[in-house]
Design a protein around this ligand. Structure first.
Ligand code: GLA
Length: 739
């Protein structure tokens, strides 16, 4: 038999096996795979050709037999341009809409088909189980397994895909999304979040029209600088905090992402989130698998408030590093000193931290590098030796002195980055991401190290190991990442004959490898995720980090909005809120806003007036008594600053016996705040009675509220309560206790 007829007969055999499979499946009854949480369901089902479709998403149906009726109720024709509601749409065959998967096979063929093979359910415990569905290409044998990890009580689903190459040669993936969900509703309202430095998480809501709306990032590192990988999707009509069908979704990936929202010809919405395929063709060798990042989502038919609380609970219990642990209050020196300090000055600041009453002193940027000292942001990144002029006795001396002063000590690092003015750059130019043939292009005078290179991974781990290994009492790390990737090119990928298009993906994977090692060696140390503000906040990074820095913008008025928007997706225990001198808004307002999360300071304590110091010392004690409630309570966003002249949020404990309500005026217009309206305290127990007391008052002021009344929960929920905000009382904190 010659080679040609051999391959012909192989093809015939493959085709007949495929035909048989198709015939037997088409004869068989459809397979239904409900992916169910406590209250919600997503329904997968096979069609007559054995393709896997998604036919339902929303509140769980009471009778599982009814799932069989779902697809017949949609006025939907599949005869022309192919199915639109495939659960993982492959490119190059019957499908002409946006695919989830596109592959160039080893022989150059660009078509892929996926047919249902089998599915399994595996329980981790009583609450968590994983449904996996195996799909396979009948011709090329490429396999895709769709994973749905179900957190039942929290109503959260974590979905990812694994693509496996069963061909003889290497295939190339052009697009390899995490998920491909299809929704059916009257209308779709997307709220997405954009920003820039010091302007993180600005929401925009849009009615999705036919065609594709894309939210993406191509920045490589600091990937969320302009767009955040999170969204709110409301079905039929815009959702409120307490009403409407709404999904919160987020991609857990610290690099380039792309989320497509396609409304198709049948008015179905297809959401395809994943790694951004932009310059990221990824090879997959024979027998190898590729696991996509997770897409995490929750659904509520009772508005965004409940959906957020579900996600918060999930994050604290299952995702955020030490999500149910404790957190340290701190004094940071960034805005207080910038690069201008030495060890004497720092030791004095330790004493100030103690006087204030915080747990920890955090030394920020500027402590390292000798040949090119880090005295501004133009030099030194990469040379992680303490600067001998500023810190002649090194980091260990600072740790010791802080301990003597009665505070713990933490330190800032930015180990993925390098200034061209550094010894590291001089020694290892090939460790730097850059186009050697072109002029370098800088972001904050710096470049990004090539984390695809295992030697660079060792180096970055080494920076951390050196710091934490030598100073076991080092109690906190702030891990920064200020630069995006320009001129994306890797000398390592070149040298090892890999593809440049792997750079964006392998960078992030390299970062996770380093963080895995850091966490294996140093499981206890709290770490703050920072990226020139909130340029890198996502649920994959938060597997390693205990908290994140939402924004360099610490103006409390801005923070009311910024923290409000992050709170849709992330629990406030992870939100680092610092009191600074960014704005001159009164110290009480600044402090109250910082209390709604993980409180810290970045001020010159010695510049505080006597009353300001007294107030701050007292506030730290108040915070200590409230922090359990704030960190672990349920968040109710009661009044939106976007819809009112004020903002109001409340945290309630599980038993609904204790709550704290934060209220802020967000305008300086007398008229806007003069007409007081009661704010409904949704989240309290209508059957209980509550006493309300104003707390965290500034020295010398007293509350205008009467504490002698006991209110019924019913009254507070239905009528509401007036915190008496005004231009004289711009920030009011209320402690609510069941009698
Ligand atoms: C970034 C961070 C700041 C500070 C500086 C130091 O901008 O967001 O908080 O650490 O770097 O250079």
């Amino acid at each position: 038999m010659n080679l040609r007829s051999h391959s012909h007969s192989r093809l015939l055999l493959t085709l007949s096996v495929w035909l048989l499979a198709v015939l037997s499946l088409s004869a068989a009854a459809p397979v239904f795979i409900p992916v169910e949480t406590a209250h919600n369901a997503l329904l997968l089902q096979t069609d007559k050709d054995g393709r896997l479709l998604m036919t339902y998403f929303g509140t769980k149906l009471n009778h599982s037999a009814d799932y069989g009726q779902v697809s017949a109720q949609t006025n939907y024709h599949d005869s022309d341009t192919g199915f639109f509601n495939h659960a993982y749409t492959p490119a190059g065959t019957w499908n002409l809409v946006e695919p989830a998967l596109s592959i160039t096979h080893a022989d150059g063929n660009v078509s892929t088909e996926l047919r249902y093979v089998s599915h399994t359910t595996e329980a981790t415990d009583a609450n968590v189980k994983t449904v996996s569905v195996l799909l396979s290409d009948p011709v090329y044998k490429t396999e895709v397994t769709l994973y749905f990890k179900i957190y039942a009580k929290e109503d959260v689903v974590e979905q990812w895909s694994v693509i496996r190459n069963n061909e003889k040669g290497t295939l190339t993936m052009g697009k390899y999304a995490s998920a491909n969900l299809t929704f059916t509703a009257k209308n779709y309202y997307l709220t997405h979040f954009h920003g820039a430095w010091a302007q993180e998480m600005k929401p925009e809501q849009t009615l999705l029209t036919h065609g594709i709306k894309t939210i993406d990032s191509k920045l490589g590192t600091r990937a969320n600088l302009y767009e955040h990988p999170v969204f709110v999707l409301a079905f039929d009509k815009p959702a409120t905090e307490t009403e409407g069908k709404v999904m919160l979704g987020t991609l857990a990936w610290s690099g380039n992402f792309k989320m497509d929202f396609e409304v198709d010809a049948y008015h179905q919405l297809r959401v395809i989130p994943g790694i951004n395929p932009f310059q990221s063709e990824y090879p997959l060798a024979s027998g190898k698998e590729f696991k996509t990042p997770s897409f995490i989502y929750t659904f509520s038919d009772k508005g965004t408030g409940e959906a957020s609380r579900q996600l918060h609970r999930w994050a604290r219990d299952y995702r955020l590093y030490d999500g149910n642990g404790t957190r340290l209050t701190l004094l940071n020196n960034w805005e207080a000193t910038y690069f201008n300090f030495d060890q004497e000055k720092l030791v004095k600041l330790f004493a100030d931290g103690k006087k204030l009453g915080v747990d920890l002193f955090l030394l920020d940027d500027g402590w390292f590098a000798n040949k090119y000292p880090r005295n501004d942001d133009k030099a030194g990144l990469g040379d992680w030796e303490p600067n001998a002029k500023k810190l002649p006795d090194g980091v260990s001396y600072l740790v010791k002195e802080a301990g003597k002063a009665g505070v713990k000590f933490g330190i800032w690092v930015e180990p993925e980055m390098v200034n061209p003015k550094s010894e590291l750059y001089e020694k290892h130019p090939d460790w730097v991401i850059r186009q050697t043939e072109r002029p370098e292009h800088y972001f904050r005078n710096q470049l990004v190290l090539d984390l695809t290179n295992p030697q660079v991974q060792d180096y970055v781990f080494g920076v951390m190991d050196n710091l934490l290994g030598k100073n076991p009492e080092l109690s906190f790390i702030k891990w920064d990442c200020n630069s995006v990737i320009y001129n994306a090119q890797s000398a390592y990928l070149q040298k090892t004959k890999q593809k440049q298009s792997q750079l964006y993906v392998d960078y992030v994977r390299g970062l996770y490898k380093v963080l895995d090692r850091v966490r294996a060696a140093y499981p206890k140390v709290p770490m703050m995720l920072c990226s020139g503000g909130g340029g890198r906040v996502d649920y994959e990074a938060l597997k390693y980090f205990t908290e994140y820095w939402p924004s360099d913008n610490t103006d409390p008025l801005e923070r009311v909005y910024i923290q409000w928007n992050y709170s849709y997706f992330y629990p406030v225990i992870a939100s680092c809120n610092h009191i600074t001198d960014w704005s001159k808004v009164g110290l009480k307002y600044r402090t109250d806003v910082a209390m709604m999360g993980k409180m810290g300071y970045d001020i010159v304590v010695s510049h505080l007036s006597e009353n300001d110091l007294k107030f701050s010392q007292q506030a730290l004690k108040v915070y200590d008594s409230l922090k359990e409630l704030v960190w672990r309570g349920d968040l109710y966003r009661l009044a939106s600053p976007y819809e009112n002249a004020y903002a109001s949020s409340m945290f309630v404990n599980d038993a609904k016996t204790k709550a704290v309500m934060f209220n802020y005026v967000v305008t300086n217009r007398f008229d806007a705040t003069y007409t007081p309206t009661p704010i409904r305290l949704t989240g309290l127990d209508a059957t209980k009675n509550y006493r309300i007391k104003e707390i965290n008052l500034y020295p010398g002021t007293s509350s205008s509220l009467n504490t002698s009344t006991v209110f019924s929960g019913d009254f507070l929920v239905k009528n509401g309560y007036n915190p008496d905000l005004s231009l004289q009382r711009t920030s009011v904190v209320l402690e609510i206790t069941a009698e």
